[in-house]
Design a binder for this molecule. Structure first.
Ligand code: ADP
Ligand code: MG
Length: 322
């Protein structure tokens, strides 16, 4: 086998589920000194679950379950982990209620993990989404917008001081909280929880032992980011929260400009540009196709331990060749 073959094809790398794009990648693993880690789906499982739904009293007759049902209908068209969680929760709640049939209905796609057992969410029209922002669409004649504050602002939805306080309170509990708006009015908040992957803390200490400085990079809020960082041994000073997709590329560039050689590990559409900009882009195998395409190296097992493994293995391989 060629040296690259050691990491591809029938080699040890392939056995370990580590795929690399070319020989240069080996060299890059030797020089990286900083690793940016996307939070959702990379350090955490990305399998979020809805913890609570809150309905504001702004809209008559719109309660929690209606907020969840309408948001779920729009999120069913998105691939984001937040979207899967909201669509699944909305669908589960539909099942608990007496069946009220909706004329033009859609089932949640099978990749959400739910079988099509006849339960339905209403159809969405004019679906739009902004990576790292949120989703919007028309459901049963209502304009539904769900996502972060900036996305609601972009869609012309005003948010009161009291509503901002409600979101901050939800986030302070360590939840990822998103807004839901109906016909231009903020209608409620959905709070979600994620879990840190079992191997993440151990993997991060291995990365540190390899001389890499880990930095947590996320579009999520600062409270969640701080909790995850502390659970996996990342310094609170090395947490970049509330970062939009364009900001992720900018973070890579800034570190490079300051002299760092930067690896970036991620899984989302929102990570693709940063993966391409980094000196060593690493995608989670369960990630989106765009992330995998933009990356130099993919770990099929979706495990941060494999990222440390890949760097160790290719450094050893390189030492053997030289
Ligand atoms: P991360 O960097 O942790 O992977 P993203 O950049 O994908 O997170 O998302 C950042 C934020 O944008 C989320 O915390 C959420 O507030 C909002 N967001 C992204 N996608 C969606 C969606 N499909 N529905 C609602 N909110 C979303
Ligand atoms: Mg992610």
């Amino acid at each position: 086998a060629t040296p690259v073959g050691l990491l591809t094809g029938t080699g040890r790398g392939a056995q370990l589920g580590i795929l690399i794009k070319g020989p240069q990648v080996l060299e890059d693993t030797r020089t990286v000194d900083t690793i940016l880690l996307d939070k959702t789906g990379t350090v955490t499982s990305g399998k979020l679950a809805v913890a609570a739904t809150q309905a504001f009293t702004t809209l008559d007759g719109i309660g929690e379950s209606e907020v969840l049902r309408l948001a779920g209908a729009v999120e069913a068209a998105s691939e984001h982990p937040i979207a899967h969680a909201i669509a699944a929760a909305a669908l589960a709640e539909q099942a608990e209620r007496p069946a009220h049939s909706v004329p033009s209905a859609q089932s949640v796609p099978s990749h959400s993990g739910h079988k099509d057992d006849g339960r339905r969410l209403p159809a969405v029209e004019h679906f739009r989404s902004a990576p790292g922002g949120g989703v919007a669409g028309t459901v049963e004649g209502r304009e539904v917008v769900a996502g972060r504050t900036g996305w609601l602002e972009e869609n012309g939805v005003p948010i009161s001081a009291g509503q901002h306080r409600a979101l901050a309170a939800a986030e302070a509990t360590g939840a990822t909280a998103i807004w839901v708006a109906l016909d231009g009015t903020a209608a409620g908040i959905i709070s979600l929880r994620d879990t840190v992957k079992e191997g993440s803390a151990a993997a991060i200490s291995r990365l540190k032992a390899l001389g890499l400085k880990p930095i947590l990079l996320t579009g999520d809020n600062a409270a969640v980011a701080a909790q995850v960082a502390s659970a996996v041994g990342i310094s609170p000073d090395d947490v970049y929260a509330g970062v939009l997709p364009a900001g992720k590329v900018e973070a890579v560039r800034k570190l490079q400009a300051a002299g760092a050689t930067v690896a970036m590990a991620g899984d989302g559409v929102n990570d693709a540009a940063a993966l391409a900009q980094s000196d060593l882009g690493i995608a989670m195998g369960s990630g989106t196709d765009v992330a995998i395409e933009a990356a130099d190296l993919t770990v099929m097992g979706n495990d941060l331990g494999q990222v440390a493994e890949a760097i160790e293995l290719s450094r050893r391989t390189l030492a053997t060749i030289k």
